[in-house]
Design a binder for this molecule. Structure first.
Ligand code: ADP
Length: 365
């Protein structure tokens, strides 16, 4: 059974459409990531699930029941916010136990659940402190503990790690996954950070301007993006996209006419337009000094050294960047872009939708 289901859900504020006719089913016990740029409607979706907002049209189901009219307090929800929202005058222990007290959970059971949460989140010794006497990382763990302790069916997290520094964030990601593995609740996790999305999510729902762009595993979102928005949003630097001409069984790239391999010929057969958009990730660009059949001559126009990797900019139809491990070439140097058809992506030049992948490819790696 799906534990959360949006069926044709639209949310408007006045005349502004925030969520547009959304169909999205979240499975019981999965970690679902809501990802997208700021303002795309991620938090609005969490607020709809929690009951803090109501849908304008369509249906929202929790555990198979329509909850459009069900109050927030009657939904089995725990929420963790970006700013943690701890009560400043309550101790760590009181903050964690607050929801249990409100829900009149018997004292002995509440103490057990609070003790468990304190242990799981490594908050021993801090029970009597006030939030002002905690570090950012500790406050964040108290906020998580307050969510964990409720044992709700749905654990909703709204950018819970964004106030932490990079090192703590890495650790907190692992803690979150551990918590999920212990309790198995349905997690809905809002972020605009693709690393969090890729590492925490069982599946990612990528949104843009209130419209679902793709719903799939992190692996597929990266390797088989459904459209150019997804292709460019995931991965850093973004996927190179260029418009190329499709001439029979050849691709026109710069001055070269590159024969399409058979698997791509079969996939693109019957495509009605002569223009097509081609995508290649910077990390999939191969650069070489050797000329060859499937190699396009290029001139390096700019070099960026990131320490562990080096980026080379060049122009072929559009500005491209290739990233390789070592510093091998100089600005102004003439080299070859060696084509790697197994790393190509193609998109319709009008709709920006993926034209799919050769059927003979079972799994990309
Ligand atoms: P995200 O979480 O993806 O950054 P939000 O869901 O918070 O985005 O907001 C989506 C859009 O809805 C934004 O343009 C925001 O300004 C707008 N919005 C959010 N809440 C309200 C509100 N109460 N009234 C009017 N507009 C709102």
């Amino acid at each position: 059974m799906n534990s959360i289901e949006f069926i044709g859900v639209t949310k408007t504020y006045g005349d502004t459409i925030i969520i547009n006719d959304l169909d999205l089913a979240i499975r019981k016990g999965e970690r679902m990531i809501l990802l997208g740029p700021s303002g795309c409607g991620k938090s609005t979706l969490l607020r709809l699930i929690s009951g803090l907002e109501t849908v304008s049209s369509g249906q929202l189901l929790l555990n198979g029941e329509v909850v459009n009219e069900v109050d927030s307090g009657d939904r089995s929800i725990a929420m963790v916010f970006q700013n943690y929202a701890l009560f400043p005058h309550m101790t760590v222990k009181e903050n964690i136990g607050y929801g249990l007290r409100i829900n009149k959970v018997p004292r002995s059971q509440a103490l057990k659940q609070i003790g468990d949460a304190i242990e799981i989140l490594g908050l021993e010794g801090l029970e009597e402190r006030l939030p002002k006497d905690l570090s950012g990382g500790q406050r964040q763990r108290v906020a998580l503990a307050r969510g964990v302790v409720k044992r709700a069916d749905f654990f909703l997290l709204d950018e819970p790690l964004s106030n932490l520094d990079a090192q703590l964030r890495g650790q907190a990601r692992k803690e979150l996954v551990n918590i999920h593995e212990l309790y198995g609740q349905t997690f809905v996790y809002v972020t605009h950070d693709q690393i969090e999305a890729m590492t925490i999510g069982d599946r990612i729902a990528l949104l843009n301007e209130g419209v679902l762009q793709m719903l799939d595993t992190p692996h597929n979102v990266y390797h088989r993006p459904a459209n150019i928005f997804t292709a460019k949003f995931i991965g850093s630097p973004s996927m190179n996209i260029m418009e190329v001409a499709l001439e029979g069984i050849h691709l026109k790239l710069g001055s070269e006419a590159i024969p399409l391999p058979e698997d791509w010929q079969a996939q693109l057969k019957g495509y009605p337009h002569s223009k097509i958009k081609m995508g290649i990730r910077p990390e999939d660009v191969r650069l070489t000094k050797k000329a060859g059949n499937a190699a396009v001559p290029i001139t390096i126009k700019y070099v960026e050294d990131y320490g562990n990797r080096v980026g080379y900019y060049f122009d072929v139809e559009a500005e491209m960047i290739g990233i390789i491990a070592e510093k091998r070439y100089q600005k102004g140097e003439q080299v070859y872009w060696r084509l790697t058809p197994q790393k190509w992506h193609f998109f319709d030049s009008k709709t920006n939708r993926s034209l799919g992948y050769p059927v003979t490819w079972k799994e990309r790696s």
